[in-house]
Write a protein that binds this ligand. Sequence first.
Ligand code: KIV
Ligand code: NA
Length: 276
Amino acid sequence: STKVTVPEIRSRKGVSPIAMVTAYDFTMARLLDEGGADLLLVGDSLGMVVQGHTTTLPVTVEEICYHGRAVARGARRAHVVGDMPFMSFQLSPMHALENAGRMMKEGSFESIKLEGGEEIAEHVRRIVAAGIPVMGHLGLTPQSVHAMGGFKVQGKGDEAAERLIADARILDEAGAYAIVLEAIPPDLAQEVTAAVSVPTIGIGAGAGCDGQVLVCYDLLGMFRELTPKFAKRFAEVGDQIVEATRAYVDEVQSRTFPAAEHSFKPNGPRRAATVP
Ligand code: KIV
Ligand code: NA
């Protein structure tokens, strides 16, 4: 099957919902790709779910690129997006372009994503002008966790809602090909979706968006440290991993593993190597 492209993603607005999921390694990328995910996001959420930090702030461009290369090798059909980490794009439009370029070269990404609205519009324009597709991200932007006072629902109240709609329009005009809407009321997400020409991809933003995104370990029921209300578990793989590990440990202890079928055949009678 051929690769999902940016023009194809744009053309699906109002036509067919887009399914995005995060991925951080080759094995998972292969499975999620086989399952039909349209986009694989190497999110800076890896700071939390892979590295075990309490926020996404420590993640570096180098780390995103390392995971990106692994995911890219696993993605046969899915489009692979790289998340620009904290302080890799905020300094200036040129700094943002430099790091976006680095991510395309070193991370094997096909597009990049960055958090923010009006304050990064020029950054988006510069990156898009260089031929790098940009995905926006509004609402709960985890890189601003300390300013928000925690991982809290955003866009509440008329003023915040107006600001969010304005930011989405600005990103659209700046050339973003899609916009993630995180943790905002569903009616606001629907309004934003109607206000922009590009697909909105929601997480905790209701069913009115043009697509959805979930962290793979949330979707699979593997991340147990923190369970956001919006994270539907489509499986309980975490339980299965714990059970499988218990079974393995038991069999090692009882010497029932490895059995004969997991062992190589015994050597024949030993003899000296013959010289032809
Ligand atoms: O880092 C991430 O996983 C994300 C998605 C939740 C949109 O930004
Ligand atoms: Na992110």
